[in-house]
Design a binder for this molecule. Structure first.
Ligand code: URA
Length: 247
């Protein structure tokens, strides 16, 4: 695969396409030790050595980031009203990154950000049943009755009931400030329907007051990340993700 030099550098976050063109004209780029003819020069990412301001730049076709989505930003590439998850990424000079799936504006937690379309497609395909685990706080007392109902599958206004979901009750205590009972739960779902967790609780007459995704397939939210922070996936995580999308 041959690539234009300006695309190569822009994809790798050296700058926007027009910034990169300037760098090339100002002789800040070398290809195999020679100043390139221009931004349109073709390079072979497997063979050619590209040096930008003295630093070698290796081309990565696909990149994978674990992002801790904070509340108040949207899982989209652009938005008129709210910051998007990509606004948090320094690598956003790379124009082809996107979030895999959606978390609501007020949901936080694990979001995979990549430019690997085939992998995203596989992870999101309903027939793959990739498990997603959420931690949530629910107003009121969640009981074994709900555990059974969730395990059977619930009518949430879709064509079919939800697939069986595993509900674990972690605690139930009275919140000192509001004087209301709050249950902490963990829920594993095998689908990703719109507002699914909230709609499942609404279906049993309960309301989600806080929601955080803690895992998706083999990927677990890194405890070292703070809301708004991200890191590259490790090779092992990428391999596990690809395997989970295949089955
Ligand atoms: N389910 C929801 O209701 N909201 C989310 O953001 C994710 C799952």
């Amino acid at each position: 695969m041959l690539l234009r030099l300006d695309k190569y550098l822009a994809d790798m976050g050296a700058g926007t396409r027009s910034e990169v063109k300037q760098y090339i004209r100002k002789k800040q780029v070398l290809v195999n030790g020679i100043f390139p003819k221009g931004p349109e020069q073709k390079v072979d990412p497997c063979k050619d050595q590209v040096l930008f301001q003295g630093t070698p730049i290796t081309y990565e076709k696909y990149e994978y980031f674990m992002f801790y989505k904070p509340q108040g930003c949207v899982s989209a590439v652009t938005d008129q009203r709210y910051p998007t998850v990509l606004d948090f990424m320094k690598e956003k000079n790379r124009k082809d990154l996107f979030p895999v799936g959606r978390l609501d504006l007020d949901t936080e937690g694990l979001l995979l950000i990549t430019n690997d379309g085939p992998l995203a497609h596989n992870l999101l395909a309903p027939r793959k049943h990739v498990p997603k685990i959420y931690y949530a706080k629910i107003a009121g007392n969640v009981s074994e009755k709900e555990v059974e109902l969730f395990a059977e599958g619930l009518e949430i206004g879709e064509k079919h009931p939800t697939l069986p979901a595993e509900l674990k009750i972690l605690s139930c205590k009275e919140e000192p400030i509001q004087n209301t009972w709050i249950s902490e739960i963990e829920l594993t779902i095998m689908e990703g329907k719109f507002h699914q967790v909230k709609r499942m609780f609404e279906a049993v007459g309960k309301h989600v007051v806080y929601l955080k995704r803690i895992s998706m397939g083999p990927l677990k939210l890194d405890e070292l990340l703070q809301p708004g922070e991200y890191r590259k996936l490790t090779d092992k995580e990428i391999q596990l993700l690809k395997e989970s999308g295949q089955c």
